[in-house]
Design a protein around this ligand. Structure first.
Ligand SMILES: [Zn+2]
Length: 496
């Protein structure tokens, strides 16, 4: 494909994805030519090529003409600039979203999601590389994903970022700030020229809706505060979540907890995550109903889930918010030594909640996952965190997404599991291979449990990873899944 043919193919792509109309065509071609430093455009036939192929041709051209250096970080910054040539301004995207919302909330989100993919803000051709599977468990179908679509570390980018002049002001302050919209990026910050965000109001505060560029599940959205301010779990947070599901009743939304170890990766910027997907946790039933005094009209109970979850549901969101505030305030200061729950040690607070909201049959439903981030001599990474025997598979925080029943596993695992399978099948000493040594104890246990063949090994390893993930979730539950744990859980409910 020549550069001219790639440009006409890109124009064809823009038409097919309703990014431009006929009136925009010449204007768009000239914008693309400007980025590519072409001053004479020669029309050529478009090709039936994928977006990835078209962009590759344009990127190769830019490298050949020495417009950019040849490495992934430079390429990602540059193709984002090219894609921006096809896109409307934020106000046009917002107007379309609002017009679609008048038809239905589903129309609005569905078209905005399509747009976020067509703009290549979500790099669909990378997302398809993610490995996904489902494992059935006592708690329902658990989703597992090995994320392979996050850009690899580029040594050239790391070196360039190191040598770049340092500024006292960090702009944008973080990856979630609204200032990312249209930002050209740098070696240590992704380009967001093709990013458009939608303003929404939650509890009279300004927020923005966007999708996650990594799409861990269908229509994985992020709701971010217009201000760069820390995550806080309080009554206002619950009210914002309930407002969100009222505006988008087909989406769930949740917040990471506000403490390290049990929180997500970005605690410095208030944000929520939601989407159009039903996780195993949402399908899990209440196994023990409980009536909170004075809140008889709110259905409540303990959910059948490896972590410790209270579910509330009712028609009146103010009433629910009021009860949640009571539960949160009780939990923040709750200590039960017999269950090894300490609200505070050495002045450091440990108790918090990971909340998830959704609408179900016209009722507001709120799941409150009780969290505690205490560390002990035996568990220096956290007592209610993945225990060390499982760190070979996952040692990262169990945040909102995992809590709901989707394991997001590190990309290193794919290669490691490939090597491990070969070692098992060829009876090679697992401890002698650096990549698999850490999986030895687990693999030996599996070797005793199964008779491995080339046909069954993939499925067994996938299932067993799922089993470990459920055990990790049980580790994170503050109450054990037995009679004693349940009694301790009910003791807390009574204390509310
Ligand atoms: Zn921020």
């Amino acid at each position: 494909m020549t550069v001219y043919s790639a440009i006409s193919s890109l124009i064809k792509y823009a038409h097919e994805n309703e990014l431009i109309t006929l009136e925009d065509e010449v204007f768009t071609i000239n914008r693309i030519c400007n980025v590519l430093k072409i001053d004479t455009y020669v029309p050529e036939q478009s090709k039936d090529a994928s977006l990835e192929e078209i962009l590759k041709t344009l990127l190769d051209y830019a490298v050949e003409k020495e417009i950019i250096e040849d490495s992934i970080a430079y390429r990602d910054l540059f193709d984002t600039r090219i894609m921006d040539c096809l896109l409307p301004r934020p106000s046009e995207v917002i107007n379309k979203f609002n017009a679609d919302y008048k038809i239905s909330p589903e129309t609005a989100t569905s078209n905005y999601y399509k747009f976020s993919r067509a703009s290549d803000y979500i790099r669909t051709y990378r997302i398809v590389k993610d490995k996904k599977w489902i494992v059935s468990s006592d708690y329902g179908d658990i989703d597992i994903t090995i994320n392979l679509s996050k850009p690899e570390k580029d040594p050239k980018a790391i070196a360039a970022a190191k040598n770049a002049p340092k500024s006292d002001i960090k702009y944008p302050a973080c990856l979630l700030c609204k200032e990312n919209e249209g930002y050209a990026g740098r070696m240590d910050h992704p380009a967001r020229n093709n990013h458009r965000i939608i303003p929404i109001n939650l509890r009279n505060e300004k927020f923005f809706l966007q999708y996650s560029p990594y799409v861990y599940y269908n229509e994985h959205c992020i709701v971010l505060s217009s201000e760069h301010k820390p995550m806080v779990i309080d009554r206002k947070c619950f009210e914002k979540l309930l407002d969100f599901v009222e505006i988008f009743p087909h989406y769930f939304v949740g917040s990471n907890a506000d403490l390290p170890i049990v929180g997500g990766s970005i605690l410095a910027h208030e944000h929520f995550q939601g989407g159009c997907y039903e996780f195993a946790m949402a399908k899990a039933p209440i196994e023990t109903f409980y009536v909170f005094e004075g809140y008889e009209d709110v259905t409540a109970g303990i959910v059948k889930w490896p972590m410790s979850v209270i579910r509330l549901s009712g028609k009146d969101k103010t009433k629910i918010a009021e009860l949640v505030e009571k539960i949160l305030n009780s939990w923040r200061f709750y200590t039960d030594e017999s269950a090894y729950i300490y609200a505070e040690t050495d002045g450091e607070k440990h108790n918090t909640i990971t909340p998830i909201a959704r609408m179900r049959d016209g009722n507001f439903e709120l799941d409150l996952v009780l969290r505690n981030n205490i560390t002990t001599k035996e568990y220096p990474d956290g007592k209610y965190h993945a225990h060390p025997e499982y760190h070979h598979l996952k040692k990262e925080n169990i945040g909102l997404i995992e809590v709901m029943g989707l394991a997001v596993l590190p990309s290193r695992l794919l290669a490691e599991m490939g090597t491990l399978k070969n070692a098992i099948l060829s009876n090679t000493d697992i401890s002698s291979i650096p990549e698999t040594a850490k999986h030895e104890t687990w693999a030996n246990m599996l070797k005793e449990k199964y008779c491995f063949t080339a046909e069954n090994i993939d499925k067994i390893i996938e299932d067993e990873i799922g089993i470990v993930f459920v055990k990790i979730l049980e580790n994170c539950g503050v109450y054990e899944r037995n009679e004693e744990g349940k009694n301790a859980f009910l003791r807390f409910c009574k204390s509310v």
